[in-house]
Design a protein around this ligand. Sequence first.
Ligand SMILES: [Zn+2]
Ligand SMILES: [Zn+2]
Ligand SMILES: [Zn+2]
Length: 108
Amino acid sequence: MSQQPPVKGKLVDQETRCEHYHKQEDIIAIKFYCCGTYYPCYQCHQECTEHDIERWPQDHFDKKAILCGVCKHELTINEYLQSSYTCPYCQSTFNEGCARHYSIYFED
Ligand SMILES: [Zn+2]
Ligand SMILES: [Zn+2]
Ligand SMILES: [Zn+2]
């Protein structure tokens, strides 16, 4: 567990839930391309930084940028997008609602 990369923002528990998203399946943190820092959600990023979000370019989708808050494995963006909302390492269920926000994080 101590291998977990640091997650900033308004965390409310050890599985990376935050003040904005804290349902059972809200268990991932996302590393932001602009600052290379993990936050639980874009609202945390906006409230804790002074800069605008830069989206991940498509040719960086092989980079590890998604943290499963349950098993602490880092997924590449491609792994995450192909995961069908299930962690490939611990089978925890991710929030399908995150798909509505992909365009905030990833180039399309
Ligand atoms: Zn940033
Ligand atoms: Zn948040
Ligand atoms: Zn996991």
